[in-house]
Design a protein around this ligand. Structure first.
Ligand code: ZN
Length: 138
């Protein structure tokens, strides 16, 4: 069977990172599915999903390294067309990806002890984010 729900939350803008492991785990419990997968998808092209050890150091390091790899700049093609200052946001979000799939075994997320699920806001302004959580299995 397949179970689907969405969650919504606000972000404060660029570099804002949220831990969403609890919300995903609750969706899995709600679904009643014991073995299968959960898929999490960020709607929008300037937000990213992934796993990390969610602790203050890495919470700072990940957005920082992304800004070094893909720095804010007015020279990107996107900027030349749209002039909205968020080309790096699109590129960073695409690099990390908008979704994640986690296996479920015996009704629980199969994550490492030091592995949490995060959402990273890459856009430059505060946003309201909607994530679609799809749980499938039996
Ligand atoms: Zn843009």
């Amino acid at each position: 069977m397949t179970f689907q729900k969405s969650i919504t939350f606000s972000t404060s803008g660029h570099r804002d990172m949220h831990e969403i492991t609890k919300e995903i785990s609750e969706a899995v419990s709600e679904s009643g599915i014991q073995n299968g997968i959960v898929h999490i998808f960020n709607i929008g092209s300037t937000g990213a999903i992934g796993t990390i050890e969610f602790e203050p150091g890495l919470k700072r390091d990940l957005p920082e390294i992304l800004d070094k790899l893909i720095p804010p700049s007015r020279k990107y093609g996107h900027e030349q067309t749209w002039h909205d200052g968020n080309a790096h946001s699109h590129l960073q979000a695409t690099l990390l990806g908008p979704s994640l799939t986690v296996p479920i075994q015996n009704g629980k997320l199969e994550l490492g002890i030091w592995q949490q699920i995060f959402h990273l806001e890459c856009d430059i302004k505060p946003r309201t984010r909607k994530l679609i959580i799809t749980v499938t299995g039996e």
